[in-house]
Design a protein around this ligand. Sequence first.
Ligand code: TXA
Ligand code: MG
Length: 405
Amino acid sequence: MAPAHRARVLLCDPSSVAFDSPLSSSATPTIHDESTREALRIATDELLRGEPVVFPTETVYGLAANALSTEATGKIFSAKGRPADNPLIVHVSDLPMLYTLLPPNFALSDTYLRLIESFWPGPLTLLFPADPKIVPSITTAGHPTVAVRMPSHPIARALISMSRLPLAAPSANTSGSPSPTRAAHVQHDLGARGRVGIILDGGACDVGLESTVVDGLRQDGHIRVLRPGGVTVEQLEEVVGPGTRVLVHRRDYADTELEHAPTTPGMKYRHYSPKVPVVLLVPRSATLPGDGALESAKSVIDAFVSSLPHPVTQPKIGLLLLDDSPLQRAIADMCTSPIYTFACHSLGSSWQPAQAGHNLFDGLISLERAGVDGIFVEAVDETKEGLAVMNRVRKAAVETHWVQI
Ligand code: TXA
Ligand code: MG
């Protein structure tokens, strides 16, 4: 790649940025670190010129551009190779900016007020009615709603606030691959392909999985989780009032119309997949209804290797396992095998599902870069952040096996 196409990586110190204004007024950051201020100024100029910029958020890195400009958002779609019918999330820094996006007669429901008060700024995206005279249809992909969130990452919020632009931002990855949670992930993907000019490096993302996408606009008053994410269903349930249910798509309800439209995140397109196959391993001591037959971890790995399209002399197996799982022991026996080499990445403790959320994409991307032939991911319990983790792993996986422990 010619050096002229290399992305400029600008280091930012998130701890040097502070917001003291309440949500309801325009957010103005105080930035103590000179080079962070300069990086944000350069990125702001770029956005105001209609160019996209990569920024860190608390969930994943985003590829941001002026959400109100058809030309600027068009550059996001072409940089990512994103299908035009997949709508973008618009990021705001404060409530006055949210209101500029909404039809003048729209009033926030009691449920939305509670959710905003509890989770903004943070990893929750809400659907609002869209007015195509305000938000161009390229951003919403022509849908009657617009998805909006207020990120809590100080660099993201400062960039929105300094540019005074609502920023459309999908995850900063080539469409279909795992979402980046570090600036280096973006450099190796969009950066190396000459697709982005500026990357603000604010360190590793805390949450590591994308925001929870919620539709609370339905007549019945219940809220629907279209994509589980950084705000857990358990947290949503604590906040919505009595009588309001939190329905998780595919778990609690089906929506055929939605499933044929791309608006339900990740339904229509390949998602979260590294370039090597991902295999989901579900550890079980006994089969449950709906499971396949129990296999041994060794037989699954052996069968995977013999099915590789090219014979590999010493296959390299990527493992993304929980630290305290019985699968560790089952596979440890194989690690002494002269046939295989293993590369391991931790999913954290099974008692702290947020760790699996934090580590999942980093693990998939790091193992792919380590040159493995395939990645075996351990299933986690689908509670709290585990629901979002399993949502991503199922979409990434080409096969699922139930393995004996
Ligand atoms: O955490 C996040 O949400 C990250 C960071 C950068 O903020 N962004 C992100 O964007 O994950 P993206 O484009 O990778 O995923 C957004 C998902 C898309 O799959 C899209 O289908 C869905 O949100 N979405 C956007 N607008 C929608 C709408 N109006 N109705 C239903 N789904 C929508
Ligand atoms: Mg994405």
